[in-house]
Write a protein that binds this ligand. Structure first.
Ligand SMILES: Nc1ncnc2c1ncn2[C@@H]1O[C@H](COP(=O)(O)OP(=O)(O)OP(=O)(O)O)[C@@H](O)[C@H]1O
Length: 540
């Protein structure tokens, strides 16, 4: 099925009647007159998972917000089991059994897990007393069901983002929910956690008849769990149909465009696609992995780390080289993020020797690191200081404002020129003059990357640089990072939990495990996904 009025229906599930389900019909939403959704129709039936994909800024989150009552559409209707709904606010949607988990987490880190579970619906024993023990027991039950090993009496903030993300979803399923809307729920998860979440979604739909609308950029995850798939392109439904009848190659082409799709196929890098399908996409068979030249003999490292001990790190030694991308791979808790934090002075260094461009290096804090040419892009874009109310250009030049100051006056034209150059380079889509929060999640990530580049780093440290970014843009970012290394001689260090990304972007690869790295470098072209996993998992 194609066209803006195509409906996602599905095979399997609980065999619902024709009118059953949560249905958005002909939804139009405009911002400042610009259409973001142009007549979108989607149905989520009980017992089914509808997978929603689309490029960054395609309108996926906007559609979710419409269905969750967070925003009102300009045109179109929303109905539940055939009954038309006026979703005047999130509370109305919740009452109708529609729960939403957004990319931005909403739980309160200072409260305990039990308090978060029962936020706004505390259980009481009598008029005045809270049923503390009952709530604690129920919270324990809930976390157990989701396989979360946590202490429900501890503040939530004590736990990593992945745990918080799973807990949000757990809580969302609690409130007599009939329809669950999930906006990229796996971006902070990895490996086993992703599998567990997908498994849960499957059992919640099959056994409890929950209907799920799942936004996910990773097609392998989506195809593993969804009954039907809807591809949004520029606010219109371009593809909709049962997964068995919807070719992944068509979905990629619709989202990423022909050129990126062919590139993905040619390099054989997209393991989310079976190789047979990739072959169909490109003119011939996949060519295998990108060749990587070996480190030249006598090459001098730009970063030399020996015996580094810091919070989360027991013994790290490694070298990174100018003109090359070093991929740092490891499981959660291996110390890969802590390594970057120590390198920019966010965590104290307890022991070890660091050299940067041949000089001893001991970062005191991120601005000290920046002055030494080291710039860090964290994986937490929300924490990492996007200033929501400012436009994209200002956000980009914020750390280097002093460079645009002439006699105390800001040269705004020069600022805009510089920011525009980076935004063009990264294809930032959306209204660049509007507050940056109005950009889609993936485009905000691109703005942050642009900001890192505007600081003209010599050593660029990136933690999960393509989190939440669509498959087309992901390829572009990888190419850009490789170019920054090969053409500008930058040293680029990429931490990623995606093996695919590590192999695609890196020249050299090191693995971390239990806070250790022995510095053994492997050429990316000599590794395979399986081998990389074996090295890291074997060591874990
Ligand atoms: N409050 C707002 N004001 C103005 N424009 C907005 C607002 N919210 C969203 N938009 C615009 O609507 C478009 C769609 O955004 P949306 O967040 O729905 O995309 P998305 O498909 O979820 O993207 P991503 O995969 O990057 O998260 C974007 O161009 C965005 O800039």
């Amino acid at each position: 099925m194609t066209g803006p009025t195509a409906t996602a229906t599905s095979a399997g599930g609980a065999h619902p009647g024709p009118a059953e389900g949560l249905r958005a019909e002909g939804i139009v939403k405009r911002y400042a007159g610009v259409p973001v959704l142009s007549g979108v129709t989607v149905t989520v039936r009980p017992g089914e998972v509808v997978g929603l994909v689309g490029h960054n800024g395609a309108g996926k989150s906007t559609l979710l917000r419409t269905l969750s009552g967070a925003i009102r559409p300009d045109e179109g209707t929303i109905s539940v089991n055939g009954g038309r709904m006026q979703l005047t606010g999130p509370a109305v949607a919740l009452k109708a059994g529609i729960s939403t988990v957004y990319q931005e987490l909403s739980l309160l880190p200072n409260l305990t897990i039990t308090q978060n579970v029962f936020l706004g619906r505390e259980r009481r024993r009598g008029a005045r007393t809270l049923d503390g023990e009952g709530m604690r027991r129920a919270a324990r039950d809930l976390v157990d069901r989701f396989g979360l090993r946590v202490d429900v009496d501890r503040p939530l903030g004590h736990y990593p983002v992945a745990t918080r993300q799973l807990l949000e979803i757990a809580i969302a399923t609690e409130r007599e929910t009939r329809f669950l809307l999930l906006d990229e729920p796996t971006t902070s998860l990895e490996g086993e956690q992703v599998d567990r979440l997908l498994e849960l979604i499957r059992s919640l739909t099959r056994e409890s008849g929950l209907g799920v609308l799942l936004v996910d950029h990773k097609l392998d995850e989506l195809y593993a769990v969804a009954d039907s798939v809807v591809a949004l392109v520029d606010g219109e439904v371009r593809i909709a149909g049962p997964v068995e009848e919807t070719d992944r190659a068509d979905v990629i082409r619709a989202i990423a465009g022909e050129e990126a799709a062919v590139h993905l196929a040619e390099t054989g890098q997209y393991d989310q696609l079976p190789v047979e399908e990739l072959g169909d996409l490109a003119s011939g068979r996949p060519q295998g992995r990108r060749p990587v030249s070996a480190l030249p003999a006598g090459a001098r490292p730009s970063l030399r780390v020996r015996g580094l001990r810091a919070p989360g790190l027991t013994d790290v030694s490694l070298d990174a080289y100018p003109g090359r991308v070093l991929g740092v791979y490891g499981l959660i808790g291996s110390g890969r993020t802590e390594f970057l934090r120590a390198l920019v002075g966010l965590d104290r260094i307890d022991a070890g020797r660091l050299e940067l461009f041949g000089e001893p290096y001991r970062p005191r804090n991120p601005s000290h690191a920046r002055r030494a040419g080291v710039v860090y892009l964290t994986e937490e874009r929300k924490v990492d200081g996007i200033v929501p109310g400012l436009d994209s250009a200002t956000n980009i030049v914020l750390p280097v404002l002093h460079g645009f100051s002439r006699y105390g006056v800001l040269d705004r034209r020069a600022m805009a020129r510089s920011a525009t150059r980076f935004m063009d380079q990264l294809h930032v889509r959306g209204d660049r003059d509007a507050p940056v929060v109005s950009l889609s999640g993936g485009n905000q990530q691109k703005v942050l990357l642009a900001r890192a580049l505007a600081q003209e780093p010599r050593l660029l440290l990136l933690d999960e640089p393509t989190k939440g970014v669509d498959i087309g843009v992901k390829t572009e970012i990888h190419r850009l990072l490789r170019r920054l290394a090969s053409e500008q001689g930058m040293t680029v260090v990429v931490v990623s939990s995606e093996e695919e990304e590590i192999l695609d972007v890196s020249d050299d690869v090191v693995t971390f495990s239990h806070g250790r790295c022995d510095g053994g470098i492997q050429l990316a072209s000599e590794l395979s996904l399986v081998k990389l996993r074996q090295v890291a998992w074997g060591a874990a």
